[in-house]
Design a protein around this ligand. Structure first.
Ligand code: AMP
Length: 454
């Protein structure tokens, strides 16, 4: 019997295997990004997609890639990948591979993951015979190409996912070099939640006459998400947060902090107050991160405390609340953060704890990027009712905006005063996916990849 839900997909000309998988995965009618991007890609066009995680963009590029590969059949050359998807973080890459596997169910499609932070051996072995779809973070892939473990010369389909974040993380040169190593006759899709000049410039160099697909105006936020900003002095934020979590309607919560140090501090307080909480940030091992994420997904962890980079692309259905413990350094991150809730049309709530004395310029920047006036409210908790812990910290002098940790304290090892560790760490080391190109010694070979320096 014909399934009405998949009619939209069938009309796009997707083959029967894919339609079956789409149906089985519970995907309803095509989402707007899919309705626009799939037919264009099937017709061979490049895509410039402005869309957040949650818009359905993964299937929007996965389905046309799979359709093409299924049509070509099984022949593969060693170490090559027919399609390459680049993602900024390991978590996002893992999720993309899951989507490919789900949608390729019933077809003979091989996928591989090449990511930093885990052993290279299994990745090298997997690539030995060649794969259909390779999903990779740019740092590790650059290493494996340089070492001749991966050959991109047969890659005729390239996807850059979350390009804005990839550039934020300092991957621009890796991305350009990787793209250069692919087949010159390739099809390319670039997806980004925001379109700063740097991304537009990259898109102009990598894409040929792209079809521009935009599902929400740049920097605006999903309509389903209710946003509220509570004005709370920084020194009382932890206790306010803990008190807010007594409300059980906050059933599945991501708390965002600007720094790893902040994430750990918040986690400690919530743990002490008896909440099921886990942290996810770049200083945690890949296993610890995956464990935290799995716990959050299966509901055993109620509160996930995350930094911006670590949480990129996290796709957990049913997140009831996003809480911005502080405002991000980059206003675009606000859009990414709150996009974790209100997914798939579900309603969600984004709560920001905002200290006007310290974060006014960041707040203005967020309003500029979202082109919204965010509703300001007082603390939901009576601040005078909070226990003495906060009163003690009243003795401290106020923190400088952009600083990390209390002033007067010696900066942490390797931390320069006044500059957030994570901001520095993310930009310089991109430790979500290995060391950056500028720290890795290489000589260029003719494909532009460096040969390992002796
Ligand atoms: P993405 O933006 O790719 O991270 O997708 C976010 C979520 O939307 C994933 O959980 C998908 O399973 C889901 N999804 C994607 N396309 C559809 C669709 N057409 N109908 C319903 N859910 C979808």
């Amino acid at each position: 019997m014909e399934n009405i839900e998949t009619n939209g997909f069938a009309a796009m000309g997707l083959n029967a295997i894919l339609l079956k998988a789409v149906d089985a995965s519970g995907m309803a009618a095509p989402k707007p990004i899919q309705a626009q991007a799939i037919p264009a890609q099937l017709a061979g066009q490049d895509i410039l997609g402005i869309a957040q995680t949650g818009s359905g963009k993964t299937a929007a590029f996965a389905l046309p890639i799979l359709q093409k590969i299924i049509t070509i059949g099984d022949k593969r050359k060693g170490k090559t990948a027919r399609a390459l998807v680049l993602a900024p973080t390991r978590e996002l890459a893992v999720q993309i591979e899951e989507t490919f596997r789900t949608l390729a169910k019933g077809a003979h499609i091989s996928t591989a993951l090449v990511l930093g932070g885990v052993s290279r051996i299994a990745q090298i072995n997997k690539m030995q015979a060649g794969v259909d779809v390779l999903i990779a973070t740019p740092g590790r892939l650059t290493d494996l190409v340089r070492d001749n473990r991966v050959d991109l010369s047969e890659t005729r389909w390239l996807v850059l996912d979350e390009a804005d974040r990839m550039l934020d993380m300092g991957f621009i040169n890796d991305v350009k070099r990787i793209a250069k190593g692919t087949h010159r006759d390739r099809q390319t899709a670039l997806f980004s939640a925001t379109m700063p000049q740097e991304v537009a410039t990259l898109a102009a160099t990598l894409l040929r006459n792209p079809v521009r697909v935009e599902v929400a105006p740049q920097g605006t936020t999903a309509a389903e998400i209710k946003q509220v900003v509570h004005m709370i002095p920084t020194k009382q934020k932890k206790q306010v947060l803990s008190a807010m979590l007594k409300d059980e309607t906050l059933s599945s919560v991501i708390v965002f902090t600007r720094t790893k140090h902040g994430a750990d501090a918040v986690t400690r307080v919530l743990e002490k107050d008896g909440y099921n909480v886990a942290a996810i940030h770049g200083n945690k091992s890949q296993n610890a991160r995956q464990r935290a994420l799995n716990g959050f997904k299966d509901g055993s962890v109620r509160v996930l405390v995350a930094t911006d980079i670590a949480a990129r692309g996290i796709d957990v259905v049913g997140i009831s609340h996003v809480i911005n413990f502080d405002l991000p350094d980059e206003p675009e991150s606000y859009v990414h953060r709150i996009g974790r809730t209100g997914r798939n049309g579900a309603s969600g709530k984004a709560i920001t704890l905002y200290d006007p004395a310290e974060e006014a310029s960041k707040f203005k920047a967020v309003e500029r990027v979202t082109r919204m006036r965010l509703p300001l409210a007082d603390s939901p908790i009576d601040l005078s009712s909070l226990p003495a812990r906060a009163a003690n910290s009243d003795q401290r002098p106020p923190r400088r905006e952009g600083g990390n940790g209390a002033p007067g304290k010696k900066p942490h090892r390797g931390q320069s005063a006044g500059k957030p560790r994570e901001a520095r760490g993310e930009k310089v080391w991109s430790n979500d996916a290995g060391a950056p190109a500028n720290k890795r010694p290489f000589r260029r070979n003719k494909k532009g990849f460096g040969a390992k320096a002796a």
